[in-house]
Design a protein around this ligand. Structure first.
Ligand code: SF4
Length: 457
């Protein structure tokens, strides 16, 4: 038995399928970000059976009206250009009064995420019917790469005994398959975005999500979708100001309240943002999580790191996507990034620190490698195989890896030998995601312990 068939058995298990709430619809903004990243693909069927290919996903709308402008689709072989509107439910079109709003007249496709018994006829204000696509539950589940809840209780689970009974070499084989499965999922997501927007945009969004870590991964992804590398091509001197401005972190009087170096820096940002804000400012704010962040994880710092990389993009791209892939070179490149203000400040408003702070820390570099660069290299680089990936050691154990270790191995001490490398950590995260976070029976109905008995057969 391999990890994927083990997983199949979980989905066939009635205990896991009986929950009526799967899949939970995420917030509308997250659905839009997933759509724009190409996570549902680009080929669909309308509810009345016409084929739809999204040729261009367009641009995020910065004001009132449909979600995406300047999109292009081919509907049953005929080209259409116009706007796209996404809503969680088809009924939202009527509920939000888009049918009578002229701003929605040029919508060429409506996308919703819940199949319903009742068919909603979607028309614009001049009574033209708009083709509808409903994303299937399966496509949504695949795209989310996310379980039904965020965390499970950090205590040992029912699989501790069977795992302890397995020889280490067999546990290692299990973890390898789980890590390879996770790498395949991550690579598929990267390539979907690359297919829609190109490899640079896929890498830019991947870096942004990594910098956002858990709390601000979606806001950072939205930022990278709204202020793109293409936007910066003709504005190399305004990259930093545009990213901070699009984030909503700049205001006219901010520099007047600051002193010294910070005042000068904020003034420079505002002067540059002021010239470009008309082309970038959005009435749809990015939902940052500002509270409860350690200074090193503050969104200001994350946006600053993205800006530094964007300003020196060709050099970073060369290292990140180099074949043969070298994790060491990526870490060294990121460690050498410099910015006079951000090496001494945690936020746009904080005073200077006595010590210099890394723009892109080693643990963030390893996160980027583990979640994006190494999985992609596994698929594309004949010189980078799982054995090489498995030599990369992790410098930290994050909260989810810690919980997964306790649940599967019984305690932090017993889990420690299985948390040292990036691949083992990725494997633990995948098992935790596929089993622990999908179990609502306090382990009683989780099929993983029984499936482990068949692992060696
Ligand atoms: S839910 Fe399943 S995989 Fe998770 S700890 Fe319990 S038995 Fe183990």
């Amino acid at each position: 038995m391999d990890y994927v068939s083990l997983l199949d058995s979980v989905w066939k298990s009635s205990s896991m399928m009986s929950e009526p709430i799967w899949p939970i619809l995420p917030a509308e903004l997250e659905l839009q970000a997933l759509w724009f990243a190409g996570a549902f693909g680009r080929d669909f069927s309308t509810i009345d059976g016409q084929s739809v290919r999204v040729v261009q996903f367009g641009e995020w709308n910065r004001g009132a009206g449909p979600d995406f402008q300047q999109a292009a689709i081919v509907l049953d072989g005929v080209d259409f250009t116009g706007a796209l509107e996404l809503d969680p439910h088809a009924a939202d079109w009527e509920n939000h009064q888009h049918a009578t709003n002229p701003a929605y007249r040029n919508v060429v496709l409506h996308v919703s995420f819940r199949a319903e018994d009742r068919v909603h006829f979607i028309r614009n204000d001049v009574h033209r019917q708009i083709p509808q696509v409903v994303i299937s539950h399966e496509a949504l589940a695949l795209a989310l790469l996310r379980p039904r809840r965020e965390t499970a209780i950090a205590r040992s689970g029912r699989c501790v005994a069977p795992l302890q009974a397995m020889p280490p070499v067999v546990v290692n084989a299990l973890l390898r398959e789980a890590a390879e499965h996770r790498a395949m999922l991550k690579t598929r997501r990267f390539l979907q975005t690359a297919d829609v927007h190109g490899r640079d945009a896929a890498l830019f969004q991947a870096v942004a999500q990594t910098l956002g870590y858990r709390s601000n991964a979606l806001p950072m992804q939205l930022l990278a979708q709204r202020a793109t590398l293409k936007n910066f091509r003709d504005l190399p001197d305004a990259v930093e100001a545009i990213l901070f401005g699009c984030s909503g972190f700049l205001s006219a009087d901010m520099h007047e309240k600051a002193v010294g170096w910070t005042r000068d820096y904020l003034s420079e940002l505002w002067q540059a943002w002021w010239k470009h804000r008309g082309n970038f400012e959005s009435t749809r704010p990015i939902p940052w999580k500002m509270h409860g962040q350690r200074p090193a994880n503050h969104p200001h710092r994350r946006v600053a790191a993205l800006a530094v990389l964007a300003k020196h993009w060709p050099a970073f791209r060369k290292v990140a996507l180099a074949r043969p892939f070298s994790a060491k070179r990526v870490i060294e490149h990121l460690a050498a990034l410099e910015h006079p203000f951000w090496q001494k400040h945690h936020t746009l408003a904080s005073s200077a620190t006595p010590q210099e702070i890394a723009i892109f820390g080693k643990s963030q570099a390893l996160e980027l490698i583990a979640n994006h660069l190494a999985p992609l290299a596994l698929q594309e680089d004949a010189n980078f195989d799982y054995e090489k990936f498995a030599t990369l050691r992790s410098s930290t154990i994050n909260e989810k890896v810690r919980r997964a270790g306790i649940r599967l191995f019984g305690s932090e001490i017993l889990a420690k030998p299985w948390q040292k490398t990036l691949t083992h950590q990725q494997a633990l995260l995948q098992i935790y995601r596929d089993f622990c976070l999908e179990d609502f029976s306090d382990c009683a109905q989780c099929p993983f312990p029984e499936q482990l008995a068949q692992w060696q057969t």
